[in-house]
Unconditional design. Structure first.
Length: 726
C-alpha cells in the first residue's frame, strides 16, 4: 500500500483500531430491562401523578382532547423529580425547525433562592411553553429578525425523555415551534394538524360502515434508515465528506457493488459492536429498533424500528439519526446520512412505511379475511390511490433536496416519477371493479364488494418491487423516495393530508347515497371505487420503474416526471395544494409559501457550498498533485531523451491534457459563480443547470487523473480505502 502520508496514517489507524470502550454486557442488563428507562412513560406517570391528573393527561394524549392547564404544574413537578433522580441538571425544549434538524435550548433547573443558595424549580409554565431566540432559524419570511419571537409548546403526545451525557443528563421535552402569531415555524406543528385532519375524515368513513364511538384513527409510520459508515481517519482526510456529506471527487474502486456480496452479508465486528450500542441507546429512549442489516453498497447498512404513531415515529427518527452519528464516533467511525455519498454506488434512502388504524379497527390497510372488512379495506386503499394520483407533484416536492436529486431522477432506486405498486392480486381486484365489480375469483366465487365475498388477500404480497417509489407491501404502503438525511415529517404531513382529502371525498359521496337510500351503501361503494379506479388508476404501475419504456408510458399516461428540485418544489405552490392545506387546517398559504422559500434557499446553499469546496479542493489538492506528477513525467522524458533513449510521451500527453481540462473547468466554475440572479428561482436554476454540471466536469478530469497520477502523491483517500478498509 502506498499513498500520501495522510492516507498512510489513516490506513494505519484503521488497521490497528482497538475498541476504546469496554464491551456492553447484555447478560448483566438484558435489553428488556433497559427498554424505556429514560422515558417519562405512561407507566412512570401512572406511578407518580395524582390519579385525577393522570386521567386528565391521558384523555389529552389518547383522545386528543384539549390540555387542561391546571394539570401542568403537577406534571412538571413529577417530571422534574423523576429527571433529577436520574441525574438531570437541565431541561430542554426540543423542536424541529425547517432545516430538518433537531434544535434544543437548555435551561438549568436551578434558580437562586434569594438567600445565596439555589433551589431546583420547574413549573407548569416552563413545561408548557418556552421561548428560544428564534431569529436564526429559517422562517421563509414569516418572521423578520427584529421580531424574532418564537415559542415552543409542549407536545403532550410525544413522551419526554432523558438524554444522557457522561457529565450529566438532560430532561428533553418534545415541543412544537410557532411564531408569536401562531404560525408554524417547524415540522411538528403541521404534522399534528395533518394527523388530526386524517382522523376526522377517517371517522366519517368508518361511521358510514357502521362504526359507533370509534377510537381515534392514527396514522402510523415505520421508517427504514439507510446509512454509510466510514472510518473517521478517512473522513477527516476528506474535506468533501466532512463538509458536504458526500465525496465531490473520487474514482470508482476497481470493485464496487457488482457482485452483490454485501447485501445481507455478515456484519463486520466493529460495525456490529456499533449497532449493538446504537440499539441499546435507542432502547433506553423507548425507540423500538428491530431490524439491522448490511445494505447493497459496500459500507452501507440499515436500521429500522417497529412502526409507531406518525408523530412519535418522527421524533424517534430524529433521535435515531442523532444516535447513529454520536455512537459512530465512539467506535472510530463516521456515520454518513447523505443520500449519495459515493458516486457509482447505491445511495441511501429512508423508506417510510405508512398506514392508519385505531384500537377498535386495527390496521385499516390490512386486507383482512372477512368480506365486510375487505370492502372497508378497498375503500381506504382506493383513497390512497386517489390521493397519490392527484398529488404526485406534492409527493415529489416533499422529498426534493439537493442531496436527494442524486438518487431520484438518476438511474437508481426510485425514479422521479411517482407511481404505485399494488401487486398482481390487488391490481386484479381493482381491474374487476372497473369492469363492473361482479366477477368470479379463484377462491370464493362471485366478487361483489360488501355483499358477496372477496378473495382473501394474502397478508404478504408474494412479489416485491424495489423500483417503485410507492409500494403496497401487504398491509401498508412504503414511500421509498424519502431521502436518508431528511426528516420524515414533511412526507408524513403530505401523506396524512392528501389521504384526509380523499377520505373526505369518499365520505361525502357515501353519506349522500345512504341519506337518499339507507339500503344503498353497497351500490354506492361500488360506484365510488369504480370512479376512483377509472379516474386515478393510471398511477398504478407494477413493472420496472427504471426502464426507458416506463418513462415513455408514464408520459403517455400524463404522469409527472420531475427530475430535479427546481422542477419539484414549485409543486408546493399549485393552487390545488394550497387550497387543500388550508381547507384541512394544516398549512396556511403563508406557511406553505414560507416552506417553499426555505427549501429553495437550502437547495441553493447546498450547491453553493459544494461549488466552493470543489474550487478549493481542486486548486489546493488535486491540481498540485497533478502537476507534480506531470513534472516528474516531463523530467523523465527530458532526461531520457538527453541520453538518447526514446521515451513514449503518451502518459505525459494524457496527464497534460487532463491538467488543462482540470484547470479550464475550475476557471469555468469560478466564472459561473460570479452570476447574479434576479430571484431565488433563477438562482436555483443556475445552480442546477450551470454550476452542478460544471462540478461534474471538474470531477471527471480529477477522477481520470486519479487513475494516472502516482499513488504516493494522490492527496485524497480513495474509494477503495474508504469503503473496504474497515
Ligand atoms: P422491508 O425491508 O422488507 O421493507 P422492514 O422489516 O425492514 O421491511 O421494515 C418494515 C417496516 O414497516 C417496519 O418499520 C415495520 O414496523 C413497518 N410497518 C409494519 N406495519 C406497519 C403499519 N401498519 N404502519 C406503518 N408501518 C408499518
Ligand atoms: Mg424496505
Amino acid at each position: 500500500m502506498s499513498g500520501s502520508k495522510a492516507r498512510l496514517d489513516a490506513v494505519r489507524a484503521v488497521t490497528s483500531y482497538k475498541a476504546t470502550e469496554p464491551p456492553l454486557n447484555f447478560a448483566e442488563t438484558p435489553a428488556s430491562e433497559i427498554f424505556g428507562v429514560n422515558v417519562f412513560s405512561n407507566k412512570v406517570m401512572r406511578e407518580r401523578l395524582p390519579k385525577s391528573v393522570y386521567k386528565s393527561l391521558m384523555a389529552t394524549i389518547k383522545k386528543g382532547g384539549k390540555l387542561d392547564a391546571s394539570v401542568a404544574d403537577n406534571v412538571a413537578t413529577a417530571m422534574k423529580d423523576w429527571a433529577i433522580e436520574r441525574g438531570a441538571t437541565h431541561y430542554c425544549h426540543v423542536f424541529y425547525p425547517l432545516t430538518g434538524l433537531t434544535a434544543e435550548k437548555h435551561d438549568s433547573f436551578l434558580n437562586p433562592d434569594g438567600e445565596g443558595g439555589a433551589i431546583a424549580e420547574f413549573g407548569g409554565t416552563a413545561l408548557i411553553q418556552g421561548e428560544p431566540d428564534a431569529s436564526s432559524f429559517p422562517s421563509g419570511g414569516i418572521r423578520a429578525t427584529f421580531e424574532a419571537r418564537g415559542y415552543t409548546a409542549w407536545d403532550v403526545t410525544s413522551p419526554a425523555y432523558i438524554y444522557e451525557n457522561p457529565n450529566g443528563t438532560t430532561l428533553c421535552i418534545p415541543t412544537a415551534f410557532v411564531s408569536w402569531t401562531g404560525e408554524a415555524l417547524d415540522k411538528k406543528t403541521p404534522l399534528l394538524r395533518a394527523m388530526q385532519a386524517l382522523d376526522k375524515q377517517a371517522q366519517r368513513v368508518l361511521k358510514v360502515f357502521g362504526a359507533v364511538d370509534a377510537a381515534p384513527v392514527i396514522s402510523t409510520a415505520g421508517p427504514e434508515q439507510e446509512y454509510f459508515l466510514v472510518d473517521r481517519n478517512f473522513y477527516f482526510a476528506r474535506t468533501d465528506l466532512m463538509t458536504c456529506g458526500r465525496t465531490l471527487f473520487g474514482r470508482k474502486a476497481p470493485k464496487g457493488q457488482e457482485f452483490d456480496d454485501h447485501y445481507f452479508g455478515s456484519i463486520p465486528e466493529r460495525v456490529l459492536a456499533f449497532m449493538l450500542d446504537v440499539e441499546r441507546e435507542c432502547f433506553k429512549l423507548g425507540i423500538p429498533v428491530k431490524t439491522r442489516h448490511n445494505e447493497v453498497a459496500p459500507a452501507q447498512y440499515e436500521i429500522a424500528p417497529v412502526y409507531e404513531s406518525s408523530n412519535i415515529a418522527t421524533d424517534h427518527q430524529q433521535l435515531i439519526m442523532i444516535t447513529l452519528k454520536r455512537v459512530a464516533e465512539k467506535y472510530g467511525m463516521s456515520c454518513i446520512l447523505h443520500e449519495k455519498p459515493f458516486a457509482g454506488l447505491n445511495g441511501s434512502g429512508k423508506h417510510v412505511n405508512f398506514s392508519l388504524g385505531s384500537s377498535t379497527h386495527g390496521n385499516l390497510l390490512d386486507p383482512g379475511a372477512t368480506p365486510h372488512e375487505n370492502a372497508q379495506f378497498l375503500v381506504f386503499c382506493a383513497a390512497v390511490i386517489r390521493a397519490v394520483d392527484r398529488h404526485q407533484g406534492l409527493l415529489r416536492a416533499v422529498v426534493a433536496s439537493a442531496n436527494n436529486d442524486h438518487r431520484l431522477g438518476a438511474n437508481e432506486a426510485p425514479p422521479a416519477i411517482i407511481s404505485i405498486f399494488l401487486g398482481e392480486q390487488l391490481t386484479d381486484v381493482f381491474e374487476q371493479i372497473k369492469k363492473g365489480g361482479a366477477k368470479s375469483s379463484k377462491k370464493s366465487g362471485t366478487l361483489q364488494i360488501g355483499v358477496d365475498s372477496l378473495p382473501a388477500l394474502p397478508k404478504d404480497a408474494g412479489d416485491r418491487n424495489r423500483t417503485s417509489p410507492f409500494a403496497f407491501t401487504g398491509n401498508r404502503f412504503e414511500f421509498r423516495a424519502v431521502g436518508s438525511s431528511q426528516s420524515i415529517a414533511g412526507p408524513l404531513v403530505a401523506l396524512n393530508t392528501i389521504l384526509a382529502e380523499s377520505l373526505d371525498y369518499i365520505a361525502t359521496e357515501l353519506e349522500a347515497a345512504v341519506k337518499k337510500n339507507p339500503k344503498g351503501l353497497n351500490a354506492a361503494i361500488q360506484k365510488v371505487l369504480k370512479d376512483i379506479i377509472t379516474e386515478n388508476g393510471r398511477i398504478i404501475f407494477n413493472g420496472d420503474g427504471y426502464s426507458e419504456a416506463w418513462h415513455k408510458e408514464a408520459a403517455k399516461r400524463g404522469l409527472l416526471n420531475l427530475k430535479t428540485t427546481c422542477d419539484a418544489l414549485p409543486m408546493l405552490l399549485k393552487k390545488e395544494v394550497e387550497t387543500m392545506f388550508s381547507k384541512y387546517g394544516v398549512l396556511s398559504k403563508r406557511e406553505l409559501h414560507s416552506r417553499f422559500d426555505v427549501y429553495l434557499e437550502q437547495y441553493i446553499l447546498s450547491v453553493k457550498v459544494e461549488s466552493n469546496l470543489v474550487l478549493e479542493m481542486g486548486r489546493t489538492k488535486i491540481f498540485p498533485a497533478a502537476i507534480r506528477y506531470q513534472n516528474e513525467l516531463a523530467s523523465t522524458c527530458t532526461n531520457l531523451q538527453a541520453l538518447g533513449y526514446e521515451f513514449d510521451t503518451k502518459t505525459l500527453d494524457r496527464v497534460t491534457a487532463l491538467v488543462k481540462r482540470l484547470q479550464d473547468s475550475l476557471n469555468g466554475l469560478e466564472e459561473l459563480k460570479k452570476h447574479h440572479a434576479k430571484d431565488t428561482m433563477e438562482e436555483a436554476k443556475h445552480m442546477c443547470f450551470a454550476i452542478l454540471p460544471n462540478i461534474l466536469e471538474v470531477r471527471a478530469a480529477s477522477d481520470e487523473l486519479e487513475g494516472l497520477v502516482a499513488d504516493d502523491i494522490w492527496p485524497l483517500p480513495t474509494y477503495q480505502e474508504m469503503l473496504f478498509i474497515k
